[in-house]
Design a protein around this ligand. Structure first.
Ligand code: GLC
Length: 820
């Protein structure tokens, strides 16, 4: 086979050659300085071969593999000289084939691998790859053939893929990128980076999620470029007609994920990379953090004030100062003389203690963790076998190689003592990995990579994920049947299987409030639903208004934690005095009231792959005007939130998707599919509930488990259509749900002008302890004369001044009819 060192004009039509050459100038790769850039292209396919659900095409030298994963997911891989890399991915733990009907066709121009839903076309003349649906619509197409470039310094290849970008195509996803929600026109990089006080448009940040969703002419598809090397994405930035992604090494390997709805794409991305396990219920409560609460007296003062102020709180954090010289798994006995006693007494008041653990292990032969790691050769080494050393909080450190399963096992076991002390959760930080001065490890550091050895170039982006995996798996073993809580700063696709995340060191500014809103929505559609920002901003000083607006937004972040740097002023919900304290309390209470709703949305995420936060575009992708909306989102599928993101804002515009919505505060019914103006005094952010919803509510508690729940309130919002709602219930802290011990309840609400019917059905094995529901019927267009519940007349219902109707009835009811 000839060496295709340059563009081969015999293979590429003349115009394309020009385009391709043009493309070379556009792509800034690290080798761009070395001229000439020598890219290689595939030749002409000379045949196709099938092995199970994999199809291979070759030009005699390079090979392309097309794997049918499900009816809607197809993976494409390229091996420049026929040899594919090991089939191994940290993101996709098991590539299970979930498709029965698929096959290969061929015509004069192309090979076509098809399922019932999608077709992957491999053009015979030039190996162009495109995808179409079963209606014949082309959904994605290469703009130039897949290409690669030898990497002389490290071996392997730079790999490139360039697809067509259409004039109205929009792009979403990619994790925590701090930029507009729609990524059209952006060029972004994935290389996990400690980005203290990051700015709008700063890139890259802490996480690498090489997954994007394209939306063009109302049809969505996703691309997941599962490559852990430093990777770049260009969404029509250099050339508005092209979308490219490329990496410094590894394989050109991507999954095409069919829609046509964005929600389908997101759900299917979860099929590949997994979902969050169910968190302990308390982890959905409010968390209070600061760098650092110490000594013990300070921790006790903060926690005591929460209870005195009657502001609910579940999580209390110990940042690095709890340790002895920042040595992980040790305690500073001067500050914390008896951690077990303190943690126990905090637990008695409902506080769950979460401690920080960083990857840097202090080089110190008198420190057992270092000694063990050293003796067992668990720390990362450079290419010439020197240990990888760098300075972090403890001073000179070495770093465990979390890509080694034996190291992960050891690390997991190190939590034994913390678990014995009663620690309920672990916070993994600095795991990009961050190193003072140099930023991170040098490229030549070696990693075991679960037997698929590689340098730091390959392992950098998954280092943090493997650290929190080791933490989570260790805690899971040690805590027996209890659900651990973990939070990580760094991650790669699939990190959600092991942890929640926060968006890192943000700033106390209105701009960061806006950014946080976008980042959480973006993380949510990128697999990471359990996310939140440092409420109030990590660095800098918010005023009372900004802090309160942040608490209000944070009430609707799946993870809700206030955190601040040590050199800032006190930052608890009462720190700004009135009226702020009262408003902060009211919103944190609302968080607790809505816990069963959030918990059910979490179940929908865990079990079915729905994101918890759902941007408007996910719900109404047909409307071009929605492509650029980024403020409003729904929390679960029933409650629409629009945070207030400007200082002094007395009212704001809110877009309501189609359908009818109730103003949560006033019960006013509003028609959707339009923007409305909503008053936003300090104590209000716009919250709307979809007509027909059943929103479950717990009584306000100061912490999860404070009270035995003796009844659950069901807020039923009248509708003239038929609407389903769900409620998930289980023990809230064990893994019994993995043995199917839980209850999934479905409510169906149907209304007419003379009648409202609420039906309930349930599936599952769990029996909640409470006996009754307390119904609160909202928006009933008539005064009820009769209420029949499971064939019994209910006489003791109340009609309130605001026309809401209240009644109580058994939790196992089947049908309630409210008649005019
Ligand atoms: C990093 C973290 C921050 C933490 C600090 C000290 O900056 O992002 O959350 O408080 O380190 O541990």
């Amino acid at each position: 086979m000839e060496d295709k060192n340059t563009l081969n004009p015999e293979i590429l039509p003349e115009k394309l050659v020009e385009e391709v050459e043009e493309e070379f100038h556009h792509i800034n790769n690290p080798a761009a300085g070395i001229k000439p850039i020598v890219k290689k292209y595939l030749g002409i396919p000379i045949g196709a071969e099938q092995k199970g659900n994999k199809f291979f095409f070759t030009d005699g030298d390079a090979r392309v593999e097309v794997t049918v994963v499900t009816d809607e997911i197809i993976r494409v891989r390229l091996a420049p000289h026929s040899v594919f890399l090991d089939e191994f991915s940290y993101a996709v733990p098991k590539l299970e084939k979930k498709v029965s009907v698929f096959g290969l066709r061929e015509d004069e121009n192309e090979y076509i691998v098809s399922t019932n839903i999608v077709n992957c076309h491999v053009r015979k003349k030039d190996f162009f790859i495109s995808f179409s649906d079963n209606q014949g619509h082309e959904t994605s197409s290469d703009a130039v053939p897949m290409h690669w470039e030898e990497n002389v310094k490290f071996g392997g290849y730079y790999v490139y893929c360039t697809k067509e970008c259409h004039s109205e195509e929009s792009f979403f996803g990619m994790g925590d990128k701090p930029t507009e929600f729609n990524l059209r026109g952006k060029r972004l990089q994935n290389w996990n980076t400690d980005a203290y006080s990051f700015a709008w448009n700063q890139d890259p940040l802490y996480r690498s999620i090489p997954f994007y969703i394209s939306l063009n002419e109302g049809i969505a598809h996703g691309i997941f470029f599962d490559n852990t090397f430093k990777a770049d994405f260009d969404f029509g930035a250099e050339d508005p007609t092209k979308t490219s992604f490329w990496a410094d090494g590894g394989e050109l390997q991507y999954y095409y994920i069919h829609g046509p709805h964005m929600m389908d794409v997101v759900k299917r991305y979860h099929i590949l990379t997994g979902t969050h396990p169910m968190p302990p219920l308390w982890a959905l409560g409010y968390h209070q953090c600061r760098w650092s609460y110490y000594p013990e007296a300070k921790v006790r003062m903060v926690t005591k004030t929460f209870r005195e102020q009657k502001i609910p709180c579940d999580g209390i954090y110990l940042d690095i100062d709890y340790m002895d010289g920042y040595r992980c798994f040790t305690w500073n006995r001067k500050y914390f003389p008896d951690p077990k006693k303190m943690i126990k007494e905090l637990a008695d008041q409902g506080f769950k203690t979460v401690v920080i653990i960083d990857p840097g292990i202090r080089v110190d032969d008198n420190y057992s963790v270092f000694k063990e790691g050293k003796e067992n050769r668990y720390f990362c080494r450079r290419c010439d076998d020197y240990f990888m050393e760098g300075h972090v909080w403890p001073g000179r450190c070495q770093f465990p190689d979390f890509t080694n399963p034996e190291v992960r096992e050891w690390w997991g076991g190190l939590f034994d003592e913390l678990v014995q002390l009663g620690v309920a959760g672990v916070w993994n930080d600095m795991n990009e990995p961050a190193v003072f001065g140099s930023g991170t490890f040098p490229d030549d550091v070696r990693h075991q990579y679960d037997g698929h050895r590689g340098s730091h170039r390959k392992a950098h982006n998954i280092y943090g994920m493997q650290m929190v995996r080791a933490t989570y798996e260790g805690l899971r073993k040690l805590m027996k049947n209890k659900r651990p809580f973990t939070i990580t700063r760094a991650g790669y696709s699939g990190v959600q299987r092991f942890s929640s995340v926060w968006t890192g060191d943000n700033v106390a500014s209105w701009e960061h409030l806006k950014l946080g809103n976008i980042q959480c929505q973006r993380l949510s559609i990128s697999g990471i639903s359990f996310c939140g920002t440092d409420i109030g901003g990590f660095s800098g000083e918010p005023d009372g208004e900004l802090f309160t607006r942040w608490i209000q937004m944070g009430t609707f972040s799946p993870f809700m934690r206030a955190h601040s740097a040590g050199d800032t002023k006190e930052r608890e919900p009462w720190s700004f005095g009135e009226p702020y304290t009262a408003i902060n309390r009211k919103f944190i209470e609302l968080r607790y009231r809505l816990l069963p709703y959030l918990y059910s949305a979490f179940w929908e995420h865990h079990r079915y792959g729905f994101p918890i936060l759902r941007p408007v575009i996910l719900q109404e992708q047909e409307a071009l005007t929605n492509h650029f909306r980024q403020d409003e989102f729904t929390y679960g599928d029933k409650i629409l939130i629009c945070p207030v993101l400007e200082p002094g804002q007395k009212s704001r515009r809110v877009y309501l998707p189609k359908g009818k919505w109730y103003n949560f505060w006033t019960y006013e019914l509003v028609d959707g599919a339009k923007e409305i103006v909503v008053p936003t005094p300090l104590e209000i952010i716009p919250i709307f509930v979809k007509a027909g919803s059943v929103i479950p509510e717990y009584p306000v508690m100061q912490y999860v488990g404070e009270k035995e729940i003796d009844e659950v309130k069901l807020n039923v919002y009248y509708t003239e259509t038929e609407v389903n709602s769900f409620l998930f219930e289980d023990y809230g802290e064990t893994f019994a749900y993995e043995q199917d011990i839980y209850l999934e309840k479905k409510f169906v609400v149907k209304g007419k002008d003379s009648k409202l019917t609420i039906q309930q059905s349930m599936e599952g094995l769990y029996t909640p302890r409470y006996e009754n529901y307390h119904f609160n019927i909202i928006g009933l267009p008539f005064r009820p004369s009769r209420i029949i519940a499971d064939n019994k007349d209910i006489t003791d219902f109340i009609v309130n001044k605001d026309k809401t109707v209240e009644l109580k009835f058994a939790k196992n009811f089947k049908q309630i009819e409210i008649l005019k």
